[in-house]
Structures are given as structure tokens and as C-alpha cells.
Write a protein of this length. Structure first.
Lengths: 106, 355
């Protein structure tokens, strides 16, 4: 249980559509990228992130949605970000190979 | 709203510009914040679609050599290149000296300062071939540690003559301790998978200390795997940064002396002077890519109104990676992309097993 890095913040109002997720050991790197991509979901009303205290290695990501559970928006965002970075990797490797081939010919 | 005097033919032009270009005016930069989210602009579809992204994304390599590369990353949100930049700086591991066992140090450089200097020496060892070492481990194994030895003793040159007494090269032997003095000691069968050429310092001529006769160093070092998040010495890049593509548009013809002044306002090669039909020099934009975006034009009263428009493309990132030598820059970027993907997968797996 202790090595889990993702949890949900406790809140007074229980609503699946509004949740704050706590990422242990993450920061602006994942936070900002994830926030941007979740905001592109038209079901999402609000998404924002904060690092509550600089000496605590934690990221708080809040999602509020229209009609889907906030967890689903988070899952979708993570999947989209993963696909995006895999695609960038593929495109980059292709571009590097092409560049190196051109260099060889010259 | 904005203090600029830029005129738009329609509100659509205005919105298009705010979505595509950063405008540099005399005293402010317009459109700095991203607004392309669903619901913000009527008539635009900003919802995320992987197919749309695939079509938009372009990567163009400009140059690659062993230590540096420059490439264009086109069609992404600023958060993405920034994530890659941050991963390059602090999440990709490299090997660096982390434990220094000082048996003898009679040089004038103090133990802790010397240890710190040694830590900063970039090593060629490929971090992907090693494991992270446990924090409480002082011994290390062949999977997670590279052992080095630094034994140097400075002596008088027996053939010295006093006429040349101000020339240390002539007077002393081994008075400069360089990275070439570091000797790799293979642990276990490390010999079979590594050579001292493949794990040693990136450069042989890095000065570690200067000594005088009688001074001596006898040191054992352990290089371990770590990330820049823990200590900057583990960072695999000297720098990794990006900037937006600058664009310069001339709105009217500038000729003669004014054209020359205009050329002076930009980096070399940005503005060309072309001979016109009636024998006057006319300014023409050649290539704005390497402009430093100084906004010097706005210091000239006659050039600042309706003459040039300085903008930067919002989604065109010129990305630079300067490696420290352990991994080549193109490998560094692929590693960064893999790490971002891994981060996502890790949390997706946790979501799968329920919160």
C-alpha cells in the first residue's frame, strides 16, 4: 500500500465529478503536460495543478467535469499523453534516420 | 485591451492570430497565454484528437553531432516541449562519482572541495548498462558501480636548471592532476562488457588539481547511477532549451538610408538589402529564424509605426540539446520521450488496480 504513488484527496463533499488527485514524487513535468491535455477534453470544466509545498515532493491535480467521473478524465488524459509521447518518439526516430541517411549521401 | 496599433480586417483574423502567433510590440508581448481549449473560441474545435495531432506534428532535424543537436518540433502545446526539457535536465540518469575514499591528500585543495570537483567530471559510461545503487550501500557491485583510482605524486624534475625556475613545466613532474590520471579498476567481470575507453572521463584534459613537490593524492572513487533531480552532476545535458520560431514581416517598402537602419535593428542575415529598379536599396526579409528578437526597430520613430510586424509562431519550437558526452543528444531525446511515456503508464497501471 505504501509504494502507491497515486491517491485521492479527502473532501467534505462527495462528488465523483470533482476530485483532487495526489501524485507522489511528481512535479511540473507531468503536472503541466497532464493539465494541458486534460483541459482539451470537452467534458472537463476545470483542471488545474499545484505543488502545495516546495519541500514536499507532491503534485495536486484537480479535475471538475460536466457529466463523467473525474477519474475517467484523468485516465483519458494519461492515455492521450502516453500516445502523444510514443508518437513523438516514433516521429523523432524517423526524422533522425532520415537525417543520417541524407548525411551519408552527402 | 491591447495597446498595439495592429489592425485586423475581421474578428476572425484577430482570433486566428491570437491562436497562432505571439506578437512582439514596443512595450508588451501579446497572446503569451494559450487559449486553444474547448469552449474558449466559438467555431473552433479544440478537443483533443490523436488523429489531428498526428497530422499536425512535424519534426525536422537541423543538425546533429556527437555533443549537440538542433531540431524543430512543430505542432505541439508548450507543455510538451517543456516536459521534455525538464526530463532532459533532471530525470535521465547518468554515471558520476558519488563516493570518494580519500586515503591521502596533501595537496592544497581541501578534501571536500576535491571530492566535489571529482563528482562534476562527466563520464562516458552508458547509464543504461547499470542499476541504481541502494542508498546505504558503501561497497557496491559490478552491476551498479564503476571503481576508479587516482594516485598522483608530484616530484622535482631531477634535470631541472635554475635558470628556468619560473617555468613549472620544467621544474616539476606530475604537478598537474588531469582526468587522464584516473585509472579504471574493473569490478568482477566488468572487463568483458566495458573498456576503460568506454567508461572513462569524457575528456582527458580536465584539470582536477595543481600540486607542488611533496604533494600527493591517493584516492579511490565510486561512480554510481543517479539523476539530475538528486544532484546536477548527474544531469546528462549541459543545457537543453527551446525557443519559438521568430517571424518578421515588412508591411511596407523601406528604402535608402531607412532600409540600412532597419537592417541594423536585426541579427545579421535577417534583413537583406536588394537593389531596386530605380537604383535604391530596398529592405527584404531573408530569414528570421536566427533573429534574437531584440525589438530594436521600435527605437526608430519612422520605423515603428506600420512598418514591421514582429511575431513568433506559437507552436513551432526550435529545440537545442547539448550533451555532456555520456549519451548522444538524439539518444537523450528518445530517452526523454520514453520516460514521459513510462510516467503515464505507471499511473495508468495504478488506476487499473483501483484508487
Amino acid at each position: 500500500m505504501d509504494n502507491r504513488r497515486l491517491s485521492v484527496a479527502r473532501e467534505d463533499v462527495q462528488d465523483d465529478r470533482m476530485k483532487t488527485f495526489i501524485f507522489k514524487g511528481e512535479g511540473h513535468t507531468l503536472g503541466n503536460a497532464l493539465r494541458t491535455i486534460i483541459l482539451k477534453n470537452s467534458n472537463v470544466i476545470f483542471c488545474g495543478y499545484t505543488i502545495p509545498h516546495p519541500s514536499e515532493n507532491k503534485l495536486h491535480l484537480r479535475i471538475e467535469t460536466k457529466n463523467i467521473p473525474a477519474v475517467d478524465a484523468l485516465r483519458e488524459g494519461l492515455e492521450q499523453l502516453q500516445n502523444l509521447s510514443d508518437h513523438i518518439l516514433k516521429t523523432f526516430e524517423g526524422a533522425v534516420n532520415e537525417y543520417k541517411q541524407n548525411q551519408m549521401e552527402v | 485591451m491591447s495597446k498595439s496599433n495592429i489592425k485586423y480586417s475581421s474578428s476572425k483574423d484577430f482570433i486566428d492570430e491570437s491562436r497562432n502567433e505571439l506578437v512582439l510590440t514596443e512595450f508588451e508581448v501579446l497572446n503569451a497565454e494559450a487559449t486553444d481549449f474547448p469552449g474558449n473560441h466559438h467555431g473552433y474545435d479544440d478537443t483533443w484528437s490523436f488523429e489531428k495531432f498526428k497530422k499536425k506534428l512535424k519534426i525536422k532535424i537541423v543538425r546533429i553531432d556527437n555533443m549537440e543537436m538542433e531540431f524543430d518540433l512543430i505542432g505541439v502545446d508548450p507543455a510538451i516541449p517543456n516536459a521534455f526539457r525538464r526530463i532532459l535536465l533532471s530525470d535521465i540518469p547518468t554515471m558520476a562519482f558519488d563516493k570518494v575514499f580519500m586515503f591521502n591528500n596533501t595537496s592544497i585543495i581541501q578534501d571536500e572541495v576535491l571530492a566535489h570537483r571529482l563528482g562534476l567530471i562527466p563520464l562516458k559510461a552508458d547509464p543504461r548498462m547499470f542499476e541504481f545503487r541502494a542508498a546505504d550501500d558503501d561497497v557496491g557491485t559490478k552491476e551498479d558501480t564503476l571503481e576508479f583510482e587516482l594516485k598522483v605524486k608530484c616530484t622535482w624534475n631531477p634535470e631541472r636548471n635554475l635558470k628556468e625556475h619560473i617555468n613549472p613545466e620544467h621544474m616539476y613532474r606530475d604537478f598537474r592532476v588531469l582526468t587522464s590520471n584516473l585509472k579504471w579498476i574493473p569490478m568482477g567481470n566488468q572487463n568483458s562488457s566495458h573498456t576503460s575507453e568506454s567508461v572513462g572521463p569524457v575528456d582527458d584534459k580536465i584539470l582536477i588539481a595543481k600540486m607542488r613537490p611533496g604533494h600527493e593524492l591517493d584516492i579511490k572513487l565510486h561512480a554510481v547511477k543517479g539523476t539530475g533531480r538528486d544532484h546536477a552532476k548527474f544531469s546528462p545535458v549541459a543545457t537543453a532549451f527551446y525557443r519559438l520560431l521568430p517571424q518578421v514581416k515588412l508591411l511596407k517598402e523601406v528604402e535608402g538610408e531607412a532600409a540600412q537602419r532597419l537592417q541594423q535593428c536585426f541579427s545579421p542575415g535577417v534583413i537583406d538589402l536588394i537593389e531596386s529598379d530605380h537604383g535604391k536599396k530596398v529592405a527584404k526579409v531573408n530569414d528570421a529564424r536566427y533573429d534574437i528578437c531584440s525589438r530594436n526597430v521600435f527605437r526608430h520613430e519612422d520605423l515603428k509605426e506600420d512598418t514591421v510586424k514582429l511575431t513568433r509562431a506559437r507552436d513551432h519550437f526550435i529545440f537545442y540539446i547539448e550533451s555532456t558526452g555520456a549519451l548522444t543528444p538524439e539518444v537523450l531525446f528518445t530517452e526523454a520521450a520514453k520516460i514521459l511515456s513510462q510516467k503515464c503508464r505507471l499511473f495508468l497501471d495504478e488506476l487499473k488496480s483501483g484508487l
